[in-house]
Design a protein around this ligand. Sequence first.
Ligand code: TYM
Length: 336
Amino acid sequence: SLRVLTGITTTGTPHLGNYVGAIRPAIVASQQPDSDCFFFMADYHALIKCDDPARIERSRLEIAATWLAAGLDPERVTFYRQSDVPEVTELNWLLTCVTAKGQMNRAHAYKGATDANEAAGEDPDAGITMGLFCYPILMAADILLFNPHKVPVGRDQIQHIEMTRDVAARFNHLFGQGKEFFVLPEAHIEEQVATLPGLDGRKMSKSYDNTIPLFEGGAKALKDAVAKIVTNSLLPGEAKDPECHLVTIYEAFATPEQAAAFRAQLVAGLGWGDAKKQLVELIDAHIGPMRDKYQALMAHPEQIEELLQIGAMKARAVAAPLLKQVREAVGLRRMN
Ligand code: TYM
């Protein structure tokens, strides 16, 4: 069977980028008869960028309800919270000991932060925690603990998957004794939507405050956000260039025929206001029914908690035997 794993950091409200880049392809993969899927809430990762416990708890609930509303079947998928699987942190340490510091120096999140500090004339490491620096190792532990073949993610995560492969290969080389402990995972990227643009055309991201929420706030929040998509000032009747982020967002939800028709209308002079109306209708047709489910799920956090506890048991049953082998391989074997 094909093992598939992915996670979402519990720091914010799921947006359209999370959905088209990771959640939708993961759900599609989970519906293949031969797949064996592990989807989780990355709440240890959340601590790296957030020191607001209430926000982390709220985000975890929103993300869990989002997965379920988007069609995750907890009978088929191992669905859990990272922090309920302490094996992750143990593997994290074992991997930390075989990871080159120089490689972590090059990780985007850390390098982006030091570059920004330098540009501002500050100490490069100002405000940077060891959690941020070691972020890719924790992510490698999430992945390698379950030996998945495919990891559905957006383009911003590719470097992390490459680092995971490097760490896995190094560990196999040092301790494998001819055996491959770790599968080298592959990123599963949907080319069309690997970087969904946000309201301003940059990557849709919580950190740019340019997101369109997936379910939160209902149809009104969707409409209000779409209204804020930045366009040029061409008037109705003037030909629009369809190579723009509004069209990219439209195409993330459209059939090829719908996309071609939308482009043709813009070239023929469709006004931006009408284009936005069509965009809201298209997205709403896709996510409206899921949003109803989402709202019902959000009303029962205790039911979600129960599912996550079952998921954690299933995850640990897979993780523990692998971790035992890894411990033995590095010399932590018991005598008796
Ligand atoms: P996170 O929480 O930032 O994002 C979750 C997923 O959404 C994708 N994504 C996007 N895809 C397309 N267009 C966008 N604008 C966009 N914005 C976000 C991300 O690529 C990601 O797939 N480190 C990870 C979480 C994580 C993880 C893992 C993922 C922790 N452990 C193990 C996979 C496997 C993160 O912070 O993603």
